[in-house]
Design a binder for this molecule. Structure first.
Ligand code: FAD
Length: 630
């Protein structure tokens, strides 16, 4: 074996999917190569410098629970943290960090460089080595061959990437990077379903040229949330404010007058862009009656003077971009440092992948990230992690692993992609999950860290920390259910006053926690007992433990109901469908559904139920067929 060129797993691309994939495979003990066209851009954020948000934050916490990189890098690079939906229920609460682009990237790079079993090589991949429908390695543009039986491709928006600014167009993987045209051609020649998608980014502005006196401030939360289960607030760099401004009638008029320049409206691009991140020209056309649109002014970093005006992504000509920007309050003298642009790129229909993100056409070849039609760092990272885990397991002939929809947003993401495919850039939302109350940010570790430990992803320090917190929650819950509070126990003190007349009969202290407005500290105070299980933890860990106890008490009824629902559906969900099942032989099934099933090749009956157009009658026919043939 040549240790320079032979590996267990090769990951191509050092973006968000690639770093998680490579780190996961290496954590699991495989000799892993991260091959990327520029080591300096490892962990680079192509668009807005922010991590998390609704649905996305859930993915980040799950990645973290499995020992991944993203949350820890966000803690070290985050310059403003907020909990979104803080006043809503815990299912939809989500963490969002505004990141210092350079600090975030440096944190990822340092974790990658210090990971045992992980090797880096800088070179662009031009070709795949394929031997009888099984991947055998990759070939770089310089003609260097690297060998592995498991290859994870995470090349983002680079495949056949074309950048559009007004009527100008040129090749690029993102601004400043060359596209991957040779690899795109090679992949197009394989038996894989390919399509085109697009996305866009706003112009960046020099903060020194902005009149902040006209803008509304948007501070972060105090105290700042922490992303990683093993993170601490002390890791956060200095925190800063974001600002808000708005487009106006004049902005909209400039856009309408020049709409023909926009690559999308001139017909230069006909691929589909991210519905939930539309360009400013899209917003002005689609929501013609809206008088203004909000723009968040997000600093790119503590030492950077550039800001990211979130909300005005555009592919208008540079001249028009200048006029649009300068029509906005606070931006009258704005100096653009980089023009906004749209980018079109190849993606592959994820329905051609299995639950492990391995392509069905070529054994050992995995796709993860934007290449699968998703948008967003978090969606990419989550897929990278899953592909890395499965490439690592397959490399030593271990059974595949993937979480179900009831276990993780990661399960929802993969199931949505491989079952339903996507015709527009896919992003995660909490509304995509059926079992939201169980898939919370706060319990991602309880859901996933034990399995992560079994998979070899979770190191001793994280495991010890997790076990200590889990034990403290259990001890404290048991203790509170044994303490019975009686109205007669309460004196004329503040404890009684706090309770008002709500304590009419004796009840366990644990039940008191279910009352609105009650939290752990109050219950402990009223019960006039300490909480010895929490001794030895620092204040941030105590806060997390108490939050767990409170959420589990307050939502116990709903959680039980949802768990029962999952149990009921589990039987069908897990019923396996043989990989070679001949759907044309399932009697009574329509040709259309036979075709859809043959295309998707669901692994389980549960997955089959989610194929668009699938009916309960068709599922019954499948069950009958399985009984007959099984
Ligand atoms: P990337 O982060 O793009 O990483 C790909 C990696 O592969 C890079 O390191 C690259 O150098 C490397 N690479 C490429 N080709 C090769 C090769 N042949 N050989 C070796 N290495 C290679 N997301 C949002 O959520 N909201 C947005 O508004 C948004 N706007 C965007 C605007 C633009 C202009 C772009 C480019 C992206 C935008 N995104 C947005 C998407 C976000 O950047 C991606 O979803 C995310 O970066 C995808 O991660 P990835 O790991 O799949 O790919």
């Amino acid at each position: 074996m040549n240790t320079q060129t032979d590996f267990d797993v090769i990951v191509v691309g050092g973006g968000h999917a690639g770093t998680e994939a490579a780190m996961a495979a290496a954590r699991m003990g495989r000799r892993t190569l991260l091959l990327t066209d520029n080591i300096e851009t490892i962990g680079q954020m192509s668009c807005n410098p922010a991590i998390g948000g609704i649905g996305k934050g859930h993915l980040v916490r799950e990645i973290d629970a499995l020992g991944g990189v993203m949350a820890r890098a966000a803690d070290r690079g985050g310059i403003q943290f907020r909990t979104l939906n803080a006043r809503k229920g815990p299912a939809v609460r989500a963490t969002r960090a505004q990141a210092d682009r350079a600090r975030y990237k440096a944190a990822v790079r340092s974790m990658v460089e210090n990971q045992p079993n992980l090797h880096l090589f800088q070179q662009s991949v031009a070709d795949l080595l394929v031997d009888n429908h099984q991947v055998a390695g990759v070939m770089t543009t310089m003609g260097l061959a690297f060998h592995a039986r498991r290859v994870v491709l995470t090349v983002g928006t680079f495949l056949g990437g074309t950048i559009h600014i007004g009527h100008k167009r040129f090749g690029g993987g993102r601004a400043g990077d060359a596209p991957s045209n040779a690899l795109a051609e090679r992949l197009r020649a394989l038996d894989l379903p390919v399509g085109r998608l697009k996305t866009g980014t706003p112009p960046r502005i020099d903060a020194k040229s902005i009149d902040y006196s006209q803008l509304a401030e948007q501070p972060g939360d105090e105290p700042a949330p922490v992303f990683s289960f093993v993170g601490r607030r002390a890791e956060h760099p200095r925190q800063v404010c974001c600002h808000i401004t708005y487009t106006n009638a004049q902005t909209h008029e400039i856009i309408r007058d020049n709409i023909g320049e926009s690559a999308m409206y001139s017909g230069q691009i006909d691929s589909v862009g991210p519905r939930y991140c539309p360009s400013i020209e899209d917003k002005v056309v689609r929501f013609a009656d809206k008088e203004s649109h909000q723009i968040f002014i997000e600093p790119e970093g503590l030492d950077a003077s550039e800001v990211y005006p979130n909300g005005i992504s555009t592919s208008l000509s540079f001249e028009t971009q200048q006029r649009v920007v300068r029509s906005i309050a606070g931006f009258e003298d704005a100096h653009i440092t980089r023009p906004g642009y749209a980018i079109e790129y190849d993606y592959f229909d994820p329905r051609a992948l299995s639950c492990t993100l391995e392509t069905r056409a070529i054994g050992g070849l995995y796709f993860a990230g934007q290449i699968n039609g998703t948008t967003g760092y978090e969606e990419a990272a989550a897929q990278g992690l899953l592909a890395g885990i499965n490439a690592a397991r397959a490399a030593v002939d271990e059974a595949p692993w993937w979480p179900g929809r009831a276990e993780a947003y990661l399960g929802v993401l993969v199931d949505d992609l491989i079952t339903r495919g996507t015709i527009e850039p896919y992003r995660m939302f909490t509304s995509r999950a059926e079992y939201r109350l169980l898939l919370r940010e706060d319990n991602a570790d309880t859901r996933l860290t034990p399995v992560g430990r079994e998979l070899g992803l979770v190191d001793d320090a994280r495991w010890a920390d997790f076990e200590a917190r889990r034990e403290a929650v259990a001890i404290e819950q048991a203790r509170l259910s044994q303490i019975v509070l009686k109205p007669s126990d309460l004196g004329e003190d503040e404890g009684a006053a706090l309770l008002g007349d709500t304590l009419k009969h004796a009840m366990p202290a644990a039940d008191l926690l279910k009352r609105p407005g009650m939290d752990h500290a109050r219950v402990v105070y009223i019960a006039a007992v300490g909480a010895p299980a929490l001794d030895g933890f620092d204040a941030e860990a105590v806060q997390a433990i108490c939050e767990q106890i409170e959420i589990q008490a307050k939502y116990a009824g709903y959680i039980q109901r949802q768990s029962a629902e999952i149990e009921r559906s589990r039987a069908h969900e897990a019923t396996e469908l043989p990989a070679g099942l001949d759907y044309a032989g399932v009697s009574g099934l329509s040709r259309e559904l036979q075709g859809k099933l043959a295309d998707v090749r669901p692994a389980t009956l549960g997955q089959a139920t989610r194929i668009p157009g699938m009916t309960p009658a068709a599922i019954s026919l499948l069950l009958v067929h399985l009984k007959k043939t099984g």
